[in-house]
Ligand binder design. Structure first.
Ligand code: S3P
Length: 174
């Protein structure tokens, strides 16, 4: 049994895409905490935000993170706000090696601008929202075991870097 690989970062940082790719490369199980929240609530994230409010979404997020952190041998892709609760960070760090997939607000905007599934970005100024979220969440993201810059890198390059760091450190966290 091996520790999990946990992917954190802002919306558009590539957690889900990289997570699925890492799953293919390693054979580890893929978990997307946003998907688990959608299953639990029985509705999409935009509806959870609209009908129940963000605090309800954050409670569900904390629950699925706690459950996911019980598992092993998984690639866990988290939602961008997962780092907002200390308990989530503690659960994730105890369960595996946590990576912050870093990119500039401009790059994140380019990657998310055609996607309407993220309620926090359904505003007149999504680029401004991303800039503010990045500034306010940066210290929480940097709490990860490792920060990996994803800008101007292929997914293969990022995945190799993540796996190299994971393999070099896994023993220390066992
Ligand atoms: C959020 C990020 C989203 C999702 C929700 C809130 C955030 O996940 O959890 O819309 O607060 O940054 P992704 O980062 O996977 O888009």
């Amino acid at each position: 049994m091996a520790k999990n690989i946990v992917l954190t970062g802002l919306m558009g940082s590539g957690k889900t895409t990289l997570g699925k790719y890492l799953t293919e490369v390693t054979g580890m199980e893929f978990i997307d905490t946003d998907d688990l929240i959608i299953q639990k609530a029985g509705k999409p994230i935009s509806k959870i935000f609209a009908e129940d409010g963000e605090p309800c979404f954050r409670d569900l997020e904390a629950e699925v993170i706690e459950e996911s952190a019980q598992k092993q041998d998984c690639i866990i892709s988290t939602g961008g706000g997962a780092v907002l609760r200390i308990q989530n960070i503690e659960n994730l760090k105890a369960s595996g090696i946590v990576f912050y997939l870093q990119a500039s607000a401009e790059a994140l905007y380019e990657r998310t601008k055609h996607d309407t599934s993220r309620p926090l970005l359904n505003t007149d100024d999504p680029a401004g929202v991303l800039r503010k979220l990045l500034a306010s969440r940066k210290p929480f993201y940097e709490n990860a075991h490792f920060t990996v810059n994803t800008e101007n890198k292929t997914m293969e390059e990022v995945s190799k870097q993540v796996l190299r760091l994971y393999q070099s450190q896994a023993g220390h966290f066992a």
